[in-house]
Design a protein around this ligand. Structure first.
Ligand SMILES: O=C(O)CCC(=O)C(=O)O
Length: 277
């Protein structure tokens, strides 16, 4: 099903709501034209070039494109994406993270089967990930795959494999059996997005193409959530205006690659290292 939320009627919205409730994901959602996705890619890759050799800033750029590039902050506010998130989370929505997942051309890197909410020490499950394709993400490029209905599980046991081929920091992997035959591939063109539940079993394979596969994983959360530790990560608000005081809500970045923004990213990065289980 190809979904454009701008034309959503209440009937369509209800259908999506029930698809999400049943499967734990929906895909694809048409958010940007290919040309606009290409502009995002160009902005990111130009920034990468500008930071050549600066490993620390390059890694912050990958983790916080929405703080360091105004175009990516704007992308998290895209009406189609925010409307989709509102169908799931209600009116008051924050962006907890929008990190890039990049698989270089002809890369063996994978992401093992996992459930996102295992790691973040959030007190509830009012979270949805919008995976926005910045480049083409077909099966051969290692697009995301989902096990429909698996979000109905609670958090299942995970192992740390420390596999260097895994894009996840510690190679975290579900340690109960996952039936690959049930997997649904969420193939996306640049500018399209998938939405998945924080308890959904998901993974992705290697990139066998000759282009990079780039996606921004926008973690939308309800502003009513909080960290179990009482910490207040840095977030932006993309819908509603209720501040429950559980996060530090930042204004959009005022410019590109600003030093004051790198400082904020460093702060949040230290906090997230502590939070990520
Ligand atoms: O980009 C990928 O292949 C995996 C991303 C992922 O696991 C996520 O967005 O939760």
């Amino acid at each position: 099903m190809n979904t454009n939320f701008k034309t959503t009627t209440s009937e369509k919205a209800a259908k999506l709501g029930s698809m999400y409730a049943e499967n734990g994901f929906f895909s694809p959602v048409n958010a940007f034209s290919e040309a606009d996705a290409e502009k995002l890619r160009k902005d990111y890759e130009t920034a990468e070039e500008e930071l050549t050799g600066d490993t620390e800033r390059l890694s912050l750029l990958k983790a916080y494109p929405n703080r360091l590039l105004p175009s990516f902050d704007t992308a998290t506010r895209n009406e189609t994406l925010v409307e989709a998130a509102k169908e799931i989370l209600g009116e008051n929505i924050l962006v907890w993270s929008a990190a890039l997942f990049i698989k270089e051309a002809s890369s063996t890197k994978i992401v093992s089967w996992h459930q996102d909410l295992t790691y973040w020490q959030l007190n509830d499950i009012k979270e949805v990930t919008c995976w926005l394709a910045i480049s083409s993400a077909r099966k051969q490029a290692g697009c995301m795959k989902f096990i429909p209905g698996s979000h109905k599980n609670r958090i299942v046991p995970h192992n740390d494999t420390f596999d260097e081929n895994n894009l996840l920091t510690r190679g975290q992997e579900i340690s109960v059996e996952v039936n690959e035959n049930e997997a649904v591939y969420a193939e996306l063109d640049p500018g399209q997005a998938s939405f998945h539940h924080g308890l959904l079993f998901h993974s992705s394979g290697p990139n066998t193409t000759n282009d990079r596969r780039i996606g921004s994983a926008i973690r939308y959360i309800s502003a009513s959530m909080k960290q179990e530790t009482g910490d207040c990560p840095l977030v932006t608000q993309v819908s509603g205006n209720t501040d429950y005081g559980n996060f530090r809500i930042l204004s959009p970045p005022k410019g590109r690659l600003l030093e004051e923004e790198f400082e904020l990213c460093r702060l949040d990065n230290e906090l997230k290292k502590k939070l990520l289980l």
